[in-house]
Design a protein around this ligand. Structure first.
Ligand code: MOS
Length: 750
């Protein structure tokens, strides 16, 4: 009823509504805030990886002109340990459940051991360099997973799911299988490497704290910081309107921000903390290293009869994080006998956290590499192998999918890369003096959906302000929410302003798990629908309106006018209705909560990733020639921002496949490459033509009001395996340990 007709904004490839603010520097990022009287804070990290601080000599630091505070475990404000409540709407979660500076113990190199605050950044840095901290080292530190493997422990549940599952009898099935692939795959610690550094600006007014922190979740940060400080959540307002990259690394609140807030309260002055790039590595979060054992058992025709996927991933000594490598394995292929298991392995690093497609990205490297090994062993085309194991119903549950067009993804991406020309024989294709190969993998990422609230306010001038405490982590939230709101309100795009990134706004979930479009979007739609209905009712109930006594269901709001559906000339401007009623605004709140489809259907997004590589046999250098991928993630709200997410996810996967790896000194266990000079991420020259196909098929089950699922993470799933499989097709060398470096390839080629 009254849904606007005609050309709508949703579905259009619109440029970002915030693009102008970003390119002119008007966008106010957290680190841009400089409150009156701000003191500048720097952190000092532990030089040892395991042990304790035995000497703190702050005299020289304190004597530096302009120094306001030198805070160590000997004089730090007391902070509470915050329990993790993994409710992405109302919960709270520190990235590391270990308040800093509360004691002398050290559990990883770079752990916060002091904060120095001064009138200027320069004075703070100089003072920090004069702070004398001596630590003693305990034996037994480890930063690599294999060394620490005997310390592995189990975590029954993670992200709300059992970490162990068992269906059928995989051991018996493997024993009876005609063909078995059993291999171990490993991936290193990786970092988000967001351009924007971590940190916070903390400003108190009376008992009220405003914290400007680059975060994907202002609500969760507010509750976490309040709990750590022991103050009511209402007294902590977290503001963050723009984010210079998050990828999960800014999804959970950071304890160093709590220290900045506590010190600001003691000093009676605002405090601004910006980590150095080097400090972001131990303190900003990471993807853990993984060791994954995969066993596949199949019939001669390629039908899977058993899948085992057991993984170990690193966590810190102070908190538990788990890389859920096997979660997607449960959902992907039709197979009667499946087990998955996960274990945490504590090492001396900072606590890991979600990083783009947490679980699925490394998990799909292992599973989809193993499938490629199976296809090769059977002499079966890798796409055909996947089609023979296509799950028409959700494995393990037998539920129908909300929607699944994965076969079309395989077909269209295969067509785009020219898969038909692939020679299944390794080392059979050459281009000049380089070996050329093609590889593919499946991508899968779950639909997450969480409660959300939004407010829509239609103003007397015919413009609207719509808001929700969500985040735009570079994904395009400002833009798609503006599109949804403009359509539902019947206004022109320019007449709508969307506000986010403030914990005082209506509550929204963490902007993680590709859930924002399909959680906040429906809340925005609902708030706007309510405003539009009130507006129409006002018009038809008003004797002075051209629509007086017109049936409500035959009235639309479009392009800023309230008008008769079949007689657009009969109507008036939205602003005229409000003015005549003397209303400054019409305001409504909308709330969304996931519905019954969560019990009745399997909910996933799908994709097929294809890559072509050229390998130099003499140097082991891998160059990507092309990537072509197709994705099915429901209706495409904005092809431009969606494509940007998919290409970004694929770039993440290229880094994972070929470049990214955190290294540690084997003696001191300090990071060796904590910087963008040493931690390699793909640059333009590493990235070939990336063709992205979006099926754009609305999923009205998983998303009754929008037809849209999520697109932020799936681009990063399967791409590392597609590249590894292409490298095998090119060279005959199977690298099961990421990244695929020239050294590893040469070892295989020699
Ligand atoms: Mo994403 S790793 O859930 O921000």
């Amino acid at each position: 009823m009254n849904v606007p007709t005609g050309p709508l904004y949703v579905g259009q490839a619109l440029s970002r509504v915030d693009a102008g603010r970003k390119v002119t520097g008007a966008a106010d990022y957290a680190h841009d805030r400089l409150p009156e009287g701000v003191g500048h804070a720097v952190l000092v990290g532990s030089p040892v990886a395991k042990g304790r601080i035995v000497v703190v000599d702050a005299a020289a630091a304190e004597s530096v002109p302009g120094v306001l505070a030198v805070v160590t475990h000997e004089n730090a404000p007391r902070l509470n340990k915050v329990e993790r409540v993994m409710d992405l709407f109302a919960g709270q979660s520190p990235q590391e459940n270990f308040p800093p500076l509360q004691g002398p113990e050290v559990h990883y190199a770079g752990q916060v051991v002091a904060m120095v605050v001064a009138e200027t950044v320069e004075a703070a840095r100089f003072a920090a360099s004069r702070l004398r901290i001596e630590a003693e080292t305990d034996p037994g530190a480890a930063t690599d997973l294999d060394t620490a493997l005997p310390r592995a422990y189990d975590v029954p549940q993670f992200f709300g799911q059992d970490t162990r599952t068992r269906q059928g009898d995989p051991e018996a099935a493997l024993a009876s299988a005609l063909v078995v692939v059993r291999q171990t795959y490993t991936t290193p610690i990786e970092h988000h490497a967001a351009m924007e550094l971590h940190g916070a600006v903390a400003a108190w007014e009376g008992g009220e704290l405003t914290l400007y922190e680059p975060t994907q979740w202002v609500g969760g940060a507010s509750r976490t910081v309040a709990a750590a400080l022991g103050v009511p959540a209402e007294s902590v307002r977290v503001v963050n309107r723009f984010l210079g990259g998050g990828f999960g690394g800014k999804g959970m609140a950071k304890m160093h921000s709590v220290v900045a807030a506590a010190v600001a309260r003691e000093l009676g002055r605002p405090v601004k903390l910006t980590l150095t790039r080097e400090q972001v590595f131990p303190l900003g979060g990471s993807r853990p290293a993984t060791r994954q054992e995969v066993a596949l058992g199949a019939e001669r025709d390629g039908r899977l009869i058993a899948i085992e996927h057991e993984s170990w991933s690193t966590t810190s000594e102070v908190d538990t994080y788990l890389e859920t490598c096997g979660f997607a394995t449960r959902e992907l292929y039709a197979c009667p006998n499946v087990t998955t298991a996960h274990h945490a392995v504590p090492v001396n690093t900072g606590t890991p956290c979600p990083m783009r497609a947490p679980g699925e990205a490394p998990g799909s490297f292992a599973l989809e590499s193993a499938l490629d090994e199976l296809a090769h062993g059977l002499g079966l085309d890798p796409v055909e192998l996947r089609l023979r194991n296509y799950a028409d119903l959700e494995p393990g549950h037998g539920r129908p999918w909300s929607d699944k067009n994965l076969k079309e993804c395989y077909a269209r991406a295969a067509q785009a890369i020219g898969w038909a020309k692939r020679d299944p024989c390794p080392r059979a294709q050459r281009k000049g003096r380089k070996l050329v190969g093609l590889g593919m993998a499946t991508a899968i990422y779950p639909v997450f959906q969480v409660a959300a609230e939004a407010r829509a306010r239609l103003l007397a001038d015919g413009t609207a302000v719509v808001s929700s405490a969500t985040a735009d982590i570079g994904t395009g939230t400002y833009t798609i929410m503006t599109q949804i709101a403009a359509d539902r309100l019947g206004l022109l795009l320019d007449a709508v302003r969307f506000e986010l990134g403030d914990s005082d706004l209506p509550r929204a979930p963490a902007a993680v798990g590709a859930l924002t479009a399909n959680s906040v979007g429906p809340a925005v739609a609902s708030a706007c629908d309510a405003v539009r209905r009130r507006l129409v009712r006002l018009a038809v109930g008003d004797g002075a309106s051209p629509l007086a006594n017109w049936p409500e269901e035959r009235v639309v709001v479009a392009a800023g006018r309230v008008q008769a559906t079949d007689d657009p000339a009969r109507g008036e401007a939205v602003s005229a209705v409000l003015r005549r009623h003397g209303l400054a605004h019409l305001e409504e709140e909308g709330r969304f909560a996931p519905g019954g489809w969560w019990q009745t259907h399997g909910l996933q997004t799908w994709g097929a990733q294809f890559a072509e590589v050229a390998v130099d046999e003499d140097t082991g250098e891998v160059r990507l020639r092309r990537v072509a991928s197709a994705f099915d993630f429901g209706r495409v709200l904005n092809p431009k921002t969606a494509r940007n997410q998919l290409v970004g996810g694929i770039l993440f996967g290229i880094g994972m496949a070929l470049l990214e790896e955190a290294s540690f000194d084997p003696q001191s266990h300090r990071p060796l490459n904590a910087g963008l000079g040493g931690y390699l991420v793909p640059v333009q020259a590493d990235v070939p033509e990336v063709e992205v196909i979006m099926l754009d098929k609305p999923d009205w089950v998983a998303s009754p009001s929008l037809g849209a699922k999520g697109v932020g993470e799936i681009g990063n799933v399967g791409i590392a395996a597609a590249i590894a499989n292409a490298v095998f097709n090119a060279t005959g060398v199977r690298v099961r340990d990421l990244p695929i470096t020239p050294e590893k390839l040469l070892t295989g080629l020699l």
